[in-house]
Design a protein around this ligand. Structure first.
Ligand code: GLV
Length: 325
């Protein structure tokens, strides 16, 4: 009998997904769920043909050189800025991610965060919990209108489009977007979204939501200069990646009320959060949970498992990021 391939699951995942993987492979699983250091990850990957990772594990040229038996790396995430994809391609390692299965759930959360931010949900809840509510007042926690306002979307991939549909069809919002490439006319019509340049997007959006991938190009796409172009009544929502927003500049802008409020699910250097963001009241902060429903996180883990199973048994991944020669 030929020896079954060995794989690593770098974090704790659902037991039924582990059981599926055990039908095909020798499986080592990091059940403590601690984030492995680069050295620990390399040590655990010795002799492994595949690994399921999350955004917390970096896969770079140094790791690939130290793990010559590795053939497939399946990220349990749609974003993959933790991968050096050219280095993976050069090393003959296929990279996969989890598109589609999280689109609607993540768009739901984008909208939840937008509404919580515009309508000052957490700020008012903290006030109530602190026992400070002793009378009703006409302007108490009066926030920004969502229905009928202008929704700006920076990054118009699958999730951006799902947010556009919610805004346009559900809340009667005027939707404008900016993206590296313009959508085809039929998709624009279906999303009821109009393409504008970035300066117009910043200037006209009442609520600006970021849904673009992180790369060297998108690093600090929103910094002090961009915030200065936004309306003083605007809200900024980041469900994309830490590093797209200059968090220090944003905290200062929030403190000085140069924009009304922000909602952040992702942070530069997370799980650390810029200390100034923790002290300004007009920001809603969540710990990178945009895709976190049980059904969607299971679907993501299952798709990552499908990728490893398919690649190691047939040579073809389900949702590959790179093409091997
Ligand atoms: C989460 O951030 C993801 O990229 O799926």
């Amino acid at each position: 009998m030929t020896k079954r391939p060995s794989i690593l699951i770098a974090r704790n995942i659902f037991p039924d997904v582990v059981a599926r993987l055990r039908e095909h492979f020798e499986v080592e699983s990091n059940d403590t769920d601690g984030v492995l250091s680069p050295q620990e990850l390399v040590a655990r990957l010795q002799g492994k043909a595949g690994v399921l990772t999350t955004g917390s594990e970096k896969v770079d040229a140094a790791l690939l050189a130290a793990c010559p038996q590795l053939k497939v790396v399946a990220n349990i995430a749609v974003g993959y800025n933790n991968f050096d994809v050219p280095a993976m391609t050069a090393a003959g390692v296929v990279a996969t991610n989890t598109p589609d299965v999280l689109t609607e759930t993540t768009a739901d959360f984008g909208f939840a965060l937008l509404m919580a931010t515009a309508r000052r949900l957490t700020e008012s809840e903290h006030f109530l919990r602190a026992g400070q509510w002793n009378r009703w007042a006409l302007d108490m926690f009066a926030g920004a209108e969502v229905n009928g306002s202008t929704l700006g979307i920076l990054g118009m991939g699958r999730i951006g489009q799902a947010i556009a549909r919610r805004g346009a069809h559900g809340f009667g919002m005027k939707v404008i977007y900016n993206n590296r490439s313009r959508l085809d006319a039929a998709t624009e019509a279906e999303c009821k979204a109009s393409y504008v340049d970035k300066a117009t997007l910043l200037r006209e959006a009442d609520h600006l939501i970021l849904v673009l991938p992180y790369s060297a190009e998108s690093h600090h796409a929103i910094s002090a200069a961009e915030i200065a172009q936004m309306k003083p009544t605007a809200t900024l929502i980041n469900i994309a990646r830490g590093g797209i927003v200059d968090d220090a500049a944003l905290a200062q802008a929030l403190r000085e009320k140069r924009i009304a409020a922000a909602g952040l699910d992702v942070f530069e250097g997370e799980p650390k959060v810029h200390p100034d963001l923790l002290t300004v009241p007009n920001v809603v902060l969540t710990p990178h949970i945009a895709s976190a429903t049980i059904a969607t996180r299971k679907a993501m883990a299952n798709l990552a498992a499908d990728n490893v199973i398919a690649f190691l048994t047939t040579g073809r991944a389900v949702t590959p990021i790179n093409t091997l020669a």
